[in-house]
Design a protein around this ligand. Sequence first.
Ligand SMILES: *[C@@H]1O[C@H](CO)[C@@H](O)[C@H](O)[C@H]1NC(C)=O
Ligand SMILES: *[C@@H]1O[C@H](CO)[C@@H](O)[C@H](O)[C@H]1NC(C)=O
Ligand SMILES: *[C@@H]1O[C@H](CO)[C@@H](O)[C@H](O)[C@H]1NC(C)=O
Ligand SMILES: *[C@@H]1O[C@H](CO)[C@@H](O)[C@H](O)[C@H]1NC(C)=O
Ligand SMILES: *[C@@H]1O[C@H](CO)[C@@H](O)[C@H](O)[C@H]1NC(C)=O
Ligand SMILES: *[C@@H]1O[C@H](CO)[C@@H](O)[C@H](O)[C@H]1NC(C)=O
Ligand SMILES: *[C@@H]1O[C@H](CO)[C@@H](O)[C@H](O)[C@H]1NC(C)=O
Ligand SMILES: *[C@@H]1O[C@H](CO)[C@@H](O)[C@H](O)[C@H]1NC(C)=O
Ligand SMILES: *[C@@H]1O[C@H](CO)[C@@H](O)[C@H](O)[C@H]1NC(C)=O
Ligand SMILES: *[C@@H]1O[C@H](CO)[C@@H](O)[C@H](O)[C@H]1NC(C)=O
Length: 859
Amino acid sequence: MLHHLVFLFGMSLVAREIFAFTSCYSNGQIANYYFCNLTEVPPVPNNTVILWLSFNKIRQVNASSFPLLEQLLILEIGTQFDFPVTIGKAAFRNLPNLQNLDLGDNKILHLDPDAFVELSNVHTLQLYHNSLEESILEEDYLRDMISLEYLDLSKNKIKRLRPHRLFYRLKSLQIVNLENNKIPILCEGNLASFQGKLFTLFILNSNKLYYSVSMDWAKCGNPFKNIALDTLDLGGNGWGVDIMRHFCTAVNGTSIIFLKLSNHIMGPGFGFKNLKDPDQDTFAGLARSGVRLLDISHGSIFSLNPYVFQSLGDLELLNLHNNKVNQIQKQAFFGLGNLGTLNLSYNILGELYDYIFEGLQNVMHIDLKQNHIGVIAENSFRDLRKLKLVDLRDNAIKTLPSFPAMITLHLSDNKLASVDNKKINATFLILERNRLENLGVLHILLQVPDVKYILLRQNRLSYCVKTVNVIENNQLVYLDLGENMLKLVWDRGLCLDVFWALSKLEVLHLNNNYLTTLPQGIFSGLTSLNRLNLASNLLSYLSPGVFPESLKTLNMSENQLLSPALELFMTLSILDITNNRFFCDCTLNTWTAWLNQTNVTLAGSENDTYCVLPPFFTRVPLSSVALDGCNEDELQKPLQFSLFIFTSVTLIMSLTAVIIFSHFRGTCFVWYKTIKGALLKERKQAIDTSTYKYDAYLCYSSKDFEWVQNSLIKHLDSQYSEKNRFTLCFEERDFLPGEEQITNIRDAIWNSRKTICIVTRQFLKDGWCVEAFNFAQSRYFCDLKDVLIMVLVGSLSQYQLMKYKPIRVFVQRSQYMQWPEDHQDVDWFLNNLSHQILKEKKVQKKSTVIEMQTVRTIS
Ligand SMILES: *[C@@H]1O[C@H](CO)[C@@H](O)[C@H](O)[C@H]1NC(C)=O
Ligand SMILES: *[C@@H]1O[C@H](CO)[C@@H](O)[C@H](O)[C@H]1NC(C)=O
Ligand SMILES: *[C@@H]1O[C@H](CO)[C@@H](O)[C@H](O)[C@H]1NC(C)=O
Ligand SMILES: *[C@@H]1O[C@H](CO)[C@@H](O)[C@H](O)[C@H]1NC(C)=O
Ligand SMILES: *[C@@H]1O[C@H](CO)[C@@H](O)[C@H](O)[C@H]1NC(C)=O
Ligand SMILES: *[C@@H]1O[C@H](CO)[C@@H](O)[C@H](O)[C@H]1NC(C)=O
Ligand SMILES: *[C@@H]1O[C@H](CO)[C@@H](O)[C@H](O)[C@H]1NC(C)=O
Ligand SMILES: *[C@@H]1O[C@H](CO)[C@@H](O)[C@H](O)[C@H]1NC(C)=O
Ligand SMILES: *[C@@H]1O[C@H](CO)[C@@H](O)[C@H](O)[C@H]1NC(C)=O
Ligand SMILES: *[C@@H]1O[C@H](CO)[C@@H](O)[C@H](O)[C@H]1NC(C)=O
């Protein structure tokens, strides 16, 4: 009593908190009392419909446990932690409309003989795992349950199956589960009170039925006499070929639609001889049962003998999954003229011979997944005219036989190195994880008449030899080329037209292909493309107009985008740009503004769309970057700068208009180059890539990045355009995040043939830049290598330059390059710069000691 009071007191104090965190509550018509330490039935509202009392400590339920609950339909009192649980006389009499009673898993259940009186509306009764014995069936416990449909008595201790004659009256009973009991024998007459019934499901699985008794089958008769069965589950009883044959003979004439015999012990397995494989007598007794589905999976059948299924003319599905089938004898499937599905997955078939599927003229699905099939005879499948699906996943197939027209041909995880379009006609072609190397295989597959889906993920596509042209007007809608090596194909300029004729294609996967650039016009022709996956490549730059106008969903996740042009994404509906390497400078303001108001759905968590540079923004989400320093002045800097150049050019042009040569010298230079190229056959200087990772390290202030990218990188770096020939190194793309800045700079200088410093006003203000300049310069004195190229941009007075010692030293010994003020000189300038990058400058050894002292090397 005290206990009770304390409990109630506690409850009233913390009721709200408890109800918030546990399930002990009654909410409208549902009362949920799982795990509430209850020892008796709690009071619930009289309109409760569902009452869950499982996982408590209720040990007794009797006539006074429940108040009148007229609306209660479902009651669970299973899995009580204190047992035995005792159900007293008329315990549920106050629940007149109960339909579903669950008393399962109470380990030990004591039932009063009158426990279930008055439960005339119950249709589901769960009594599993309660240590009940055969008396539950042999006595009349269930006499009032005239509506019972489903009785679950699995996992009990029933040793005999002789249901009381009251079961005659349970006209609705359809499902009886007696799995995992100990019923050793069942003979004609035992189920007398079930006669005349139709069971939708009758489970006698795992009872060791007939297994350990010596049987007189003639005397036993037909245990299911006058009973019809939709599904009869007799698996797990340890039946070998002999018991199987006797049982099938015994049930002569009993209607069984689905016979489940999974987990049997028929067959010797691999390398044994003691147990027999089924033969033509084994299932002969089922001839008059009309079996339509037969499950003999999970056994050790090694060989399918001739005519083994010959008496099963009605069979529609044969499941031989997970046996040890290695041999299929001639005529094994004779008699199976109605079979639609043959399941041979997870066996050990090694070869398929021409005769193998003879007799299966109506088969639609053949599952051969996970065998060891290496060789398939040319005509194994040819005559199966009704085929819709063949699953040959996970075998060792190197060459394909001829297939009839079908819908799905599943060939993943094999060893195919080539395919032949003349042998295939399927809508879905699944060729993932094979050994295909030639992208030309796609052209071949596109010849397949009805193909709409081609999956070539995780092959080794790395070159392309085209043997046929893509047929115009093909129907392909889905193409997966993910996880190949398409970079190697396209870098060599091969098969750039691979998508051109795919005007119906809607989905294209190109993820994980090491792509650093998208070849010009690669997507032209994809006029229906809706979804494009470019995730996990190495793309740092996207040229405008690269995507088809129809594109709606784009995945650019896990690339190396720095600050891509917004126009590319404006027309999309869904965009994934997570895990790129955004460079968060002021220009990104347009981005953040766009992100804030766009209708494009951005995939992934916003924390995954972050900056990598500059360093103090590393991994800061784009959405929360506060670009405070970006007043309008600075925002417009690139604009001002180009305005400045533009005005200067205009000025100079008007001033020097008279000098016509000057006016045309850019054009002259282009002509000169063209003529020289034609005459000298453009002897391009071979770039010696063996010694250096990069041709040049571009060193500039990060505030100038936008300008440097547009003016220099785009015209020099090979990732930006195919016309460019240099591999440049620059901070935004090539520096290792997390590494110290100084280490990054030093590595960049050492790994590059030349270091180009873009000296601007910002450059001089930036300590790192001057340090980098100094370090590059130091190689002149230490390694006698002149690696430094200085490019001066904008107007800086001599005085401003000379203030910085490293620059002073450089200017005194060498010439710097000046960014042209006239726009037409830019080509000439870039050409000049290219020569500088390629030129190897040797230093005379006589450099003075004084000069060496002027240079402070970086430790
Ligand atoms: C049930 O009892 C256990 C231990 O006795 C306790 O940890 C748990 O909080 C109790 N649950 C409820 C709902 O009172
Ligand atoms: C249920 O209880 C309410 C009061 O809580 C009462 O008014 C109502 O009559 C009861 N209904 C039945 C069917 O007993
Ligand atoms: C019914 O069970 C409760 C405990 O749940 C017990 O206190 C009571 O005595 C029982 N009543 C009868 C008549 O056995
Ligand atoms: C099965 O029963 C039919 C008639 O009920 C009978 O003709 C036939 O011989 C029986 N088959 C076997 C194998 O006992
Ligand atoms: C073959 O059987 C396995 C296991 O029962 C199942 O997963 C697979 O879907 C079946 N195949 C077909 C084609 O039904
Ligand atoms: C391919 O199969 C379809 C039916 O799936 C059929 O209409 C077509 O004629 C077949 N084409 C060839 C060349 O076999
Ligand atoms: C984009 O690709 C990445 C990497 O494969 C994946 O994790 C992500 O879910 C994809 N995004 C969308 C929207 O499908
Ligand atoms: C996003 O837009 C709303 C108004 O549309 C504005 O109040 C908010 O400040 C903006 N957020 C950012 C980060 O620009
Ligand atoms: C977003 O959609 C709304 C309604 O469809 C439209 O009014 C608005 O202009 C769209 N905004 C943009 C940026 O396209
Ligand atoms: C993003 O990160 C912040 C800070 O780490 C965290 O509070 C927030 O819940 C995260 N947002 C998402 C959507 O994961």
